[in-house]
Structures are given as structure tokens and as C-alpha cells.
Design a protein around this ligand. Sequence first.
Ligand SMILES: Nc1nc2c(ncn2[C@@H]2O[C@H](COP(=O)(O)OP(=O)(O)OP(=O)(O)O)[C@@H](O)[C@H]2O)c(=O)[nH]1
Ligand SMILES: [Mg+2]
Length: 404
Amino acid sequence: MAANMDNPKEGGRDPRCRVLVVGVGGGAGNVLGHALADWPDPPTVAAVNTDARALAESGIGLKVMIGRTVAKGMGAGGDAELGRLAANEDLDALRALVSEYDLLILMASLGGGTATGAAPVLARIAREEGLLTLAYVTTPFDFEGARRQEQAQEGLAALKPFADAVVCLPNQRLHAMLSPGTPLGEAFAFVDRMMSAGIRGLWTLLARDNMLNLDFSDLQSLVENSGNECCFGYGEGAGPDKAAQALRELLEGPMLEKGRVIANSGAMILSVTGGPDLSLSELEMIHKRFQAAARSGARISMGAAVLDGWAGRLALTVLAAEHWMPAARGPAEPAPPGPLSFFDDGSAKEERPRRSRKGTQQSELPLGSLGNDRGRFQDVAPTLYDGADLDIPTFIRRGIRIST
Ligand SMILES: Nc1nc2c(ncn2[C@@H]2O[C@H](COP(=O)(O)OP(=O)(O)OP(=O)(O)O)[C@@H](O)[C@H]2O)c(=O)[nH]1
Ligand SMILES: [Mg+2]
């Protein structure tokens, strides 16, 4: 059973679960801006940032500004402690943001100040409010330097105790998929594409009446027994060979370490997105290939969505739990592994404790005059790569203008 079906949101059919997607910090805001551009039926998406200019420029409708006092609307300048203080300054706004939902998909590009410091605070609040939290995070490319990498690892360690599962994509894993000499902006755009496709693929299955549905409880079962860690992979194909192409990209590519992650995982969710031409034989082939690649007894669950405009295309998203352990007892215990679970094992799930509902609140933006300079971080050693200062908000660095 999907949780909390008693209070469907406006807009037609009952949602299978109420999903809130939040991007914390500049990089995550860019990923979600990217995702929204190609998302016909999106869930509620919010941006949380210390950076007033980044929020103002973002195409994301729901914006929560944090840390007006400590960060003065200028970003955290790569300082994770400042990001944490900023979130603590606006606990009420963050609580109001999440309190109406069942599932939080929290996106954070770790390594800078805001996401690294604030994402663990948001995850803690979501836990207190009874949401299931699936955090999608990236860690920096090696070329961004040791300081960012270390800070990202600290952020990851701080996030794990509060998220039900963290899906971590080290940017460096994608490095092998980029040709040498790829400009910085293009490298991040590639990460944006991978992350946004993964989040969209999962949400599409949760939210729609699909050919093969994914139920909230199935996701809950995977993440709650995942040992707090999942891996994520994405592959796509086009033309008559589309399923084989997508499989090759996933099982032989670097995102899932050339199949090593699949071979080690105790449970995984496969999400297939295709057009009206998506065939049963393609689904069978995908399932068989994963069964062959997975370890014996692994629980493989598959959902498939057919979207208009996707004829001739196929995308495959995987969430895999390497440290998955079946629950020892209780209603959350999953069914024993079968040949093919289409998420219909009927295992009822206990509702997570929730507090009384509060109205969602949108913070106001104090839009002062902000220039392209480093503001009060003028005296802090910049994180430079290829002439670009990574502590300057990404959208300014990349000259991104997202239309509103
Ligand atoms: N996918 C993606 N990642 C990005 C982008 N820009 C930066 N990143 C990554 O995100 C990490 C954190 O950078 P930001 O998102 O700019 O930092 P922040 O969380 O906003 O923190 P402050 O800017 O210090 O307040 C970087 O180290 C990069 O690895 C982007 O446009 N897309
Ligand atoms: Mg920023």
C-alpha cells in the first residue's frame, strides 16, 4: 500500500505517494533546473540555497532562502559550516517545506558550502517529520582538488545517519565517459543530465499508472534495508537496438563499475522508460540480462513507463543496494526473491510516524545588489580549476540564465 493516501494533493488522480524533490545548493539547483526542462508532469520541486542570486535566476518555482543572517544572501563560499549554520537559522521554513510529503528526494552536489552543510540538516528535519528520504548526491571531480573532496566526504558522513538511503554518484566515475579536454561547463552539464534522468525515471514510475508500476512501499523496502547506501546507474538507447544499447551503457559503463555493483547487490529496482513501441521482449531481455549479471537470489524489481513522444527511445535507470539485508521481521519484510517481482507482492507497510500537517511556506528572497565578485569571500583562497573559481556561484560562472 502506498503511504498516506488519505490526503491527495490537488490536480486529479490520487498520487501514489506525495513526492517532494529538493535541490540544496547551486549544483543541485542546476541539476533540477535541467530536469524540469524535460519533465512533462513534474512533482513539486524546490530549491534551497544561501545564494539569493542563484535562487532568483533559477527556473524552479518553489524557493527557500536560508541563512540570511549568517550568509547574507551571498552563498556559503565553500564553507560547509556556514551552510550548516544557514540551515539551522531557517529550521522552521525547512520543516514547513517538507511536512506535507511522504517521500523526499533530496539532491545535493557535495563539496561546496551550502549543500554539504545544509543537506544533512534538511534530511534530519525530514526524518523528524516522518518522510522517507532518498538522497541523490554527487562528490566532486578529482580535478576540483582535495579540499572539496574531503569536505564532500564529511558531508556524506553527516547525511547518512538521517537519510534512509544515499545514492552517491562520484563525478569522477563519469570522467571516463567524457572525452579528454571536455570543458568544465560541459562536464557539469553531463552530470546534470545523468542525475536528472535518474530522478525523473524513478519519479515517473512512482507517480503514474504505468505498464508495470512501482509502489511507494517497494521503494521503501529497498531503501530501508539498503544499509543506507544505494548506487545509481543510467543508460539509454535509440532505434531498433535501443534496449541492447541501454543495457550495454549500464552494465559495461563506469557508473555501475562495469557491472561490479550489480553483481554485488542484494536488491535492485529497474525502471524502464520507453515509447508506445516498448515491447514485452525488450522488457524480458532487460530482466534476463540483469538476472544473469546479478548475484544468485538477488531481488530484482522492475517497473516500466510508456511516455508519449518516446517512440524509438528507451532509458533504463537502476537503483541497486549492495548492502541490502532483508528485514528480520515485521510488516516491512519483503517477499522472498522470486523470478520476477513486478512490485505486487502485496506486503503492507507500516506507516512511518508523522506529525500534524502544516502549510507549505515559501520564503521571501532578499534580493540586494549582488555582483559577480566574490563578495565577502574576497580574502578566502579560491578553488580554481582551469581559470574558473568554483566558489563563485555556478550559474554566474557558467553564465546560465534560466527563463522563469
Ligand atoms: N551537476 C553539477 N554539479 C555542479 C555544478 N556546479 C558545481 N557542481 C558540483 O557541486 C559542488 C558544489 O558546488 P556548488 O553547488 O556550487 O556549491 P554550493 O552547495 O552551492 O555551496 P556554496 O556555493 O559554497 O554556497 C562542486 O564541487 C561541483 O562538484 C553544476 O552546475 N552541475
Ligand atoms: Mg553555491
